[in-house]
Ligand binder design. Structure first.
Ligand code: SF4
Ligand code: SF4
Length: 673
């Protein structure tokens, strides 16, 4: 080997790489500030689980295992590359720890096996990309080139180590390096000088291709090779259901506006540099695997929103603006509508399916909501239907703008105690949907009948019950939400509320995960959790048979946001006669009903998400669909109606099924036949 050549190659390669990396680093620093260096222990755990042990990869079994093989192979082969670079300067170079000792022998075996594993995995990935072409992938020259580079590197490596066996006089099968041994026996068919030439070419090919590979990384999707582990380490450790605050809105609310500031404060994200630096790291880290889009209800129903396309478009815009963003003065270039279509922003149901799937923990919901904040808070441009709902929340504490006096209409003929902290353990919070919607009111009725039967100590605020503010927050009306949250927290504290029970996963998530950030700490239970507990304690006895096959629909804010998958299933399992079917698209992979993220109050164009969800659910051939969210109930009922299935198939909340089985609610809710 020629040390001078190796020195020149390495200096040039590392010099160019450092220049590229610094360029990307400067771009990262244009993002807004955010603290992601807290809870280091927890961050290490997440990074180990998700990035090192690749927990999410096997969700797509074949490609996931292929990726794991390549990732682990790369880790194992890192030291091998260092040894090769060292041998460019000194042919006998070895890392002392990997010399002629048990550790060195073990490493050479592992490295040898991984060369073969990575070669096979890269070839399979290549076939998948070029021949199979799954819809979630975009056929890209860069991805194909990188896979070819990886395959060539592995072949070159085996050629080099095969020649090393010949040169060091190792003959026959060498169990410590089985694949290099096969390579040696092939090279043994050649004359010695040709075999030596092949070995030397193998050496330089591997050593130089690694450096070329390294220099390609910052310019394409394979940048994730460098950024994915830090990106996972720096992920948000807040509860999944908590949206970030808007510091400028917080300032306005605290009356802390800076009078010296010449420019108007920015609410949400209007331009790319308003994203946090961690959002920019997300953009660097996207592997473009398309898992997000593959699971997105909007993309599945041919809406303009395709999460991967959104993120890569914003990233490309960021790269294009590199010079301008890293110097002064900067021109104003709003993201909406030139880079991001507003329809894309409003298409999101905030279901979190994309985030659940993403192998490198890229977040989407907070990005879309911050873009909505720009549209609503700064520009005053929510969709017309949503503007009406937001006005209703502001004026009458419900999105339909109905009289608050009618809020407790569902209690007619029922015994529902008023809340009194001295006598009540729980505040029953029904939420807007289960207070005003005629069908959903029956959930509230069944729930109170069950609570009464079990002797639960609870109370209700009646027509004084407020809106929790969830719809306003997901719609981007952050200042509206913040005022509602402050007011509710103050009221609850004054009333002495300690525990809240609700049948609405949206209210549940808001009270449990968002109010604590504004000093509203309450113990919050979804009705399925409390009811499952009451049944387990024998305080509720479901004895009446319901001879039906049902399938359970996991609402996003109950399941993916709050990991409540078991309680509703436990309840259904306790009802005699009920046969509970599961479909593959359930739990973490359950499709949204289409009503989350304030989408319930917006028009939907094209194929309907609830229609798609109903098709999935009825594939289990149930008589009824069970759910545990009043919004899901309405969306799914509408889906059944659209498909002319409503007369045949029922749609019930688990509390209603339980109340029927406990002999408390009329069986008429069940579809017969
Ligand atoms: S949150 Fe749901 S609707 Fe929004 S982008 Fe992600 S998968 Fe699509
Ligand atoms: S955001 Fe995540 S899931 Fe989507 S393409 Fe990028 S890496 Fe894959």
């Amino acid at each position: 080997m020629d040390p001078k050549t190796m020195l020149i190659v390495m200096v040039v390669a590392f010099g160019v790489f450092t220049w590229s990396a610094l360029k990307r680093w400067r771009l990262l620093t244009v993002g807004a500030a955010i603290d992601r260096f807290d809870q280091i222990g927890e961050r290490i755990k997440v990074a180990l689980k998700i990035a090192i042990f690749q927990k999410k990869m096997p969700k797509y079994r074949t490609m996931g295992l292929i990726h794991i093989a390549i990732f682990w192979g790369f880790l194992a082969l890192l030291l091998n590359t260092v040894i090769l670079w060292g041998r460019g300067f000194d042919e006998g170079f070895n890392l002392w720890i990997l010399g002629d000792n048990p550790l060195g022998h073990a490493y050479h075996f592992v490295k040898d096996v991984f060369s073969g594993v990575v070669l096979v995995a890269a070839l399979l990935a290549l076939i998948n990309r070029v021949v199979v072409r799954p819809a979630r992938f975009t056929l890209s020259f860069e991805a194909t080139l990188i896979l070819l580079i990886i395959s060539t590197m592995m072949v070159a490596d085996l050629a080099y180590w095969g020649w090393q066996q010949i040169e060091t006089g190792q003959t026959g099968f060498v169990a410590g390096e089985p694949l290099a041994s096969v390579s040696a026996s092939l090279l043994g068919q050649l004359d010695r000088s040709t075999a030596a030439l092949v070995g030397t070419v193998g050496f330089w090919t591997h050593s130089v291709l690694v450096l070329i590979f390294m220099n390609l990384l910052p310019y394409g999707k394979h940048f994730h090779v460098i950024t994915a582990i830090p990106n996972v380490f720096l992920t948000s450790l807040d509860p999944k259901g908590r949206l970030p605050k808007d510091e400028n809105i917080e300032k306005v609310l605290r009356d802390e506006e800076d009078e010296d500031e010449e420019e108007e404060p920015v609410f949400g994200v209007a331009e790319v540099q308003h994203f946090h630096w961690k959002d920019i790291l997300d953009m660097f880290s996207c592997t473009e695997c398309g898992r997000c889009t593959d699971n997105c209800p909007a993309a599945k129903t041919q809406k303009p929103l395709k999460p991967k396309t959104f993120l890569t478009a914003v990233r490309d815009h960021l790269y294009l603006r590199h010079e301008e963003l890293t110097s002064e003065p900067q021109k104003s270039r709003p993201l909406i509508p030139v880079i991001v279509d507003p329809e894309v922003v409003w298409n999101c149901t905030t279901c979190r399916a994309c985030e659940e799937e993403c192998p490198v923990m890229i977040s989407y919901v907070d990005k879309f909501v911050r873009l909505r904040r720009d549209l609503v808070e700064s520009r005053g441009e929510p969709p017309a239907e949503l503007a009406t709902a937001l006005r209703g929340i502001e004026t009458n504490a419900n999105p339909w703008n109905l009289s608050p006096m009618d809020r407790d209409g569902w209690t007619e003929g029922l015994e529902v105690p008023a809340f009194d902290a001295d006598e009540c353990e729980y505040l029953l919070f029904t939420g807007c949907m289960a207070s005003f919607d005629d069908r959903a009111k029956k959930i509230s009725r069944s729930l109170t009948q069950l609570l009464n039967q079990a002797g639960v100590s609870y109370g209700y605020l009646g027509s004084d019950e407020p809106c929790c503010g969830e719809t306003a927050r997901r719609a981007g009306s952050e200042s509206n939400f913040r005022m509602i949250a402050d007011m509710n927290i103050e009221t609850f504290k004054e009333l002495g509320v300690k525990k809240i029970i609700t049948g609405c996963p949206h209210c549940f998530n808001t009270f449990k995960n968002e109010y604590p950030e504004f000093d509203g700490q309450f113990e919050v239970l979804h009705h399925t959790e409390l009811l499952a507990d009451l049944v387990a304690q024998g305080k509720l006895s479901p004895t009446e048979r319901i001879e039906q096959r049902v399938v359970f629909h996991d609402g996003c804010y109950l399941g993916r946001y709050n990991d409540i998958y078991d309680a509703p299933r436990q309840l259904l399992a306790r009802i005699p006669g009920l046969e509970v079917a599961e479909i593959t698209q359930s739990k973490e992979r359950g499709l949204c009903c289409g009503g989350g993220g304030a989408r319930f109050f917006m028009e939907e164009s094209g194929d309907r998400i609830n229609g798609l969800r109903v098709s999935e659910l009825v594939s289990a051939q149930p008589k009824s669909i069970a759910s545990a969210c009043p919004y899901c109930m309405t969306m799914l009922s509408d889906g059944l109606k659209d498909k002319d299935l409503f007369d045949d198939k029922g749609q019930l909340d688990v509390a209603e099924l339980l109340a029927i089985s406990c002999g408390l609610t009329d069986r008429k809710l069940l579809k017969q036949g």
